[in-house]
Ligand binder design. Structure first.
Ligand SMILES: NC(=O)c1ccc[n+]([C@@H]2O[C@H](COP(=O)([O-])OP(=O)(O)OC[C@H]3O[C@@H](n4cnc5c(N)ncnc54)[C@H](OP(=O)(O)O)[C@@H]3O)[C@@H](O)[C@H]2O)c1
Length: 267
């Protein structure tokens, strides 16, 4: 990162900031001069990541409203402001046909993937953003606008997150910008079951010839958070190596075959 993009001295909260995309978002924000507050369930990971990035953190699940309130209080206490919220933590469970979906697991998916982002924005809005402004980025998915095998709960909740992004963008303007980033397949733990078995085959089906790295997505998140995107709100930035345009690309698409055959490990 060569430019601070106006992020120097700004304060950012990143949920799921200890691994994968969220960890890299937090790192790039810190590189740009932002003060970062990371959250995740594993307390040791939170402590280590916060220390590495010179920020703060608190462990808990985004499914717990008290945790989100605690995160907001911590960021405000530590930094005196909350300029950026990155709603990144998510679950891809329950996995499988919707006729087999356990309604409790379905509810959990919606609590984590859609209710938590709304609650955190509400807290940040009341604590800081309503008066001082800010920027919210919701991490969605390339798959949010179409259907796919066994990912009904995940896709439906992420489609709702896309809609929430646009609704909030309208409601919170002009003070707060709200955008989303929609990654394609990225090399993280959550998606390991998709990219690890035969990565070369998956990559060959993507127009840009490789799966994504967390840094690819993080750059888009940081850019949207920054002043460089000051006239952008309600947008969804697709960071997918060309996944959406693959129909015009020679070569097969192995991801849907994998979604059919390799269920992700249960947490
Ligand atoms: N990887 C992909 O191919 C891909 C594609 C499209 C969209 N995405 C989206 O990108 C985002 C990040 O995914 P990722 O692939 O980077 O996942 P990841 O590597 O598995 O990391 C997930 C992060 O979120 C935390 N987390 C998970 N559940 C949580 C909860 N209930 N409360 C608080 N923290 C929680 C994890 O830490 P703990 O386990 O310690 O809580 C970890 O820090 C998600 O929104 C995902 O839907 C990913």
């Amino acid at each position: 990162m060569t430019s601070s993009y106006g992020l120097d001295g700004k304060a950012a909260v990143v949920t799921g900031g200890t691994r994968g995309i969220g960890r890299e978002v937090a790192r790039q924000l810190a590189d740009a001069g932002a003060l970062v507050c990371v959250t995740a369930r594993d307390a040791a990971d939170v402590r280590r990541t916060a220390a590495e990035l010179g920020g703060v953190g608190v462990a808990g699940s985004v499914a717990d409203p008290a945790h989100l309130s605690e995160v907001t209080d911590l960021a405000l206490r530590a930094f005196g402001r909350i300029d950026v919220v990155v709603n990144n933590a998510a679950t891809n469970q329950p996995y499988g046909p919707l006729m087999d979906a356990d309604p409790d697991a379905w509810r959990t998916a919606f609590t984590v993937n859609i209710e938590a982002p709304l609650r955190l924005v509400q807290y940040a809005w009341r604590a800081w953003m309503r008066e001082h402004g800010g920027s919210v980025i919701n991490v969605c998915t390339e798959g949010a606008t179409h259907v796919g095998p066994n990912v009904g709960a995940y896709g439906t909740s992420k489609a709702a997150l896309l809609h929430l992004t646009r609704q909030l963008a309208g409601e919170l303007s002009p003070r707060v910008r709200v955008n989303s980033v929609s990654p394609g397949l990225v090399r993280t733990e959550m998606a390991r079951f998709l990219w690890e078995p035969g990565e070369a085959e998956v990559a060959a089906g993507l127009p840009l010839g490789r799966i994504g790295e967390p840094a690819d997505v993080a750059r888009a998140v940081v850019w949207l958070a920054s002043d460089a995107a000051e006239w952008i709100t309600g947008a969804d930035l697709l960071v997918d190596g060309g996944t959406r345009v693959r129909a015009a690309h020679p070569g097969g698409y192995a991801v849907h075959d994998r979604l059919r055959s390799y269920p992700p490990p249960q947490p």
